[in-house]
Design a protein around this ligand. Structure first.
Ligand code: CS2
Length: 408
C-alpha cells in the first residue's frame, strides 16, 4: 500500500520553514484549496524545509510530497488530499535552502518554527537571514516572509531577529523582504500511530505523513506580498490592515486557555484538552480566565461571543486528542505571552489583577514544581522557581518573566 497519488503539479513558487503537522494542516492545506480554484499554471507549489530533523521530509518525499489531511469533527472524519508541497527537504540541506530562496520564481516564504524559534540561539533567524541576503545578492526580486507562529506582531518579531542575525548585511533585506503579520489557527495535535490507522481505515491508503486536525481553520494576514501570493483570500483567509485584535483574541483566549488547562489539567491527571475542559471546576476556571482576558480584545461583543461559543465546541471535541504534554512544551514563553502580558496590561491600566489570571499563573507554577518537565527550558525555570519561597513565586513570575520566557 502507498499514500495518495499526485495528479497536480503546481509550479514551485513558495518556500516554507518548519515542515511539521501544523504546516501540513494549515498553510499547505490553504494553498491546496487555492490551487484547486486556480488554473494549473496559476497554482503555487511549496518547497517545505524541516526545522532540523530530516524524518518528516524523508517520509513525505517517499510519496512525492502528497499526503492526507483528516478533518475530525465530533460527528465524523473527512479525508482530503494535499498536493501543494512539491518538494520536502531536510533543514540540514543548506544548498537546497539557498537555491530555493535565490530562485526568482519563489515569492513567498512561510515560517512555523514555534515561539522558541525566534531566539537567536535557535539558529532560525540566521538561516532566514542567510537565505534572504543570498537572495538580495542574486537579484532574485522581492519576497514576502510570513510568520505563522503564536507571537504578538509575529512578522515584526521575525523581521527584528532576522535583521539582527544579518548584522551589517541587514540593509539589503529592507529592499527585498516584506515581513507579514499573521494570526493562524487550527488545533493540530502531534500525529500518532492510531491516526495513521484511522486514515488507512477511511481511505485504504498507507500514509505516514497524514495529519489529523479539527475542521476549524483561520488565517488573518496584514502586510505586502510584492511578488504575489496564492489566492488564500478566496478560500477563507482574511487580509486586514492590523491583526492586533485577532492576535489578542487568539493569544489571550485560545492559547491562554490551552496553557492553563495544560498545567491545571495535568495536575489533576488528565491527558487531553477535551478531558480537562470536561472537568466542571477547570471549565469554570477557564471561563473566568476568558471573562478577565477578553477585556483586552478590541472586537465587537457579539463577534467575540460567537467566536467563544465556537471555541468551547473546539475545546470539547472528543475526537481530537490534543495532549496536554504537547502544549506544556516551552511553557515559559507561552506563559509570558499568554498570561503575564495581559496581567501586566491590566496593571498598567490601573486595574487590579483578576483572580482567574492569578490562578492560571499559580497553576503553572504548581505544574513546574510538581510535574516532570517537558523540555530543558522548562526544567531550568522550574529549578529556579522551586528554590524561591512559595509566597514569592507568583510575584516573581509576574514581575520578572521576560517575553523570551526567562527570569530577568
Ligand atoms: C497550543 C497551540 O501548543 C500550544 O501551545 O496552544 O499550538 C494551539 O493549538 C494553536 O495555536 C491552535 O491554532
Amino acid at each position: 500500500m502507498t499514500g495518495p497519488a499526485r495528479t497536480q503539479h503546481p509550479p514551485l513558487r513558495a518556500a516554507h520553514l518548519g515542515l511539521g503537522a501544523f504546516h501540513r494542516a494549515h498553510q499547505a492545506w490553504y494553498t491546496q484549496q487555492a490551487n484547486e480554484r486556480a488554473t494549473a499554471d496559476d497554482g503555487w507549489g511549496i518547497a517545505a524545509f524541516t526545522g532540523r530533523a530530516p524524518e518528516a521530509a524523508e517520509l513525505l518525499s517517499r510519496n512525492d510530497g502528497v499526503y492526507t489531511v483528516l478533518e475530525r469533527s465530533a460527528e465524523g472524519d473527512r479525508a482530503t488530499t494535499v498536493q501543494s508541497i512539491v518538494r520536502a527537504v531536510p533543514g540540514s540541506d543548506e544548498r537546497a535552502w539557498l537555491d530555493t530562496l535565490t530562485d526568482p520564481r519563489v515569492a513567498v516564504l512561510t515560517v512555523t518554527v514555534t515561539e522558541a524559534g525566534y531566539s537567536a540561539g535557535s539558529g532560525v533567524p540566521r538561516r532566514i537571514a542567510d537565505g534572504l541576503v543570498a537572495r538580495a545578492r542574486a537579484g532574485a526580486g522581492p519576497i514576502a516572509v510570513v510568520s505563522c507562529d503564536n507571537l504578538p506582531q509575529n512578522g515584526r518579531a521575525l523581521r527584528d531577529v532576522v535583521r539582527k542575525a544579518a548584522g551589517p548585511q541587514a540593509v539589503r533585506l529592507s529592499d527585498i523582504a516584506s515581513f507579514v503579520d499573521t494570526v493562524v489557527d487550527r488545533i493540530t495535535p502531534a500525529v500518532t500511530p492510531a491516526d495513521i490507522d484511522a486514515v488507512r481505515k477511511l481511505t485504504g491508503l498507507d500514509d505516514p505523513s497524514a495529519v489529523v486536525t479539527e475542521p476549524f481553520a483561520e488565517w488573518i494576514l496584514a502586510g505586502e506580498f510584492p511578488g504575489g501570493s496564492p489566492d488564500w483570500a478566496q478560500v477563507g483567509a482574511r487580509f486586514v490592515a492590523d491583526v492586533g485584535p485577532y492576535e489578542a483574541r487568539k493569544l489571550y483566549l485560545l492559547n491562554a486557555g490551552h496553557t492553563f488547562l495544560a498545567a491545571a489539567g495535568r495536575l489533576r491527571g488528565y491527558d487531553t484538552i477535551a478531558e480537562a475542559f470536561g472537568d466542571a471546576d477547570l471549565r469554570a476556571d477557564t471561563e473566568a480566565l476568558w471573562a478577565a482576558q477578553r477585556t483586552a480584545v478590541d472586537l465587537p461583543v457579539a463577534e467575540l461571543d460567537g467566536w467563544l461559543d465556537d471555541l468551547r465546541l473546539r475545546f470539547s471535541n472528543p475526537r481530537i486528542a490534543h495532549r496536554l504534554d504537547q502544549i506544556r512544551r516551552d511553557s515559559p514563553i507561552k506563559v509570558a505571552l499568554r498570561l503575564v502580558a495581559p496581567l501586566r496590561r491590566r496593571r498598567e491600566a490601573g486595574d487590579a489583577a483578576d483572580d482567574a489570571q492569578l490562578h492560571a499563573v499559580e497553576s503553572w507554577i504548581r505544574s513546574l514544581v510538581e510535574l516532570d518537565p517537558t523540555d530543558p527550558a522548562t526544567a531550568l525555570i522550574a529549578r529556579t522557581i522551586s528554590a524561591l519561597p512559595a509566597a514569592d513565586r507568583a510575584r516573581t513570575v509576574i514581575d520578572h518573566l521576560t517575553p523570551e520566557g526567562t527570569l530577568a
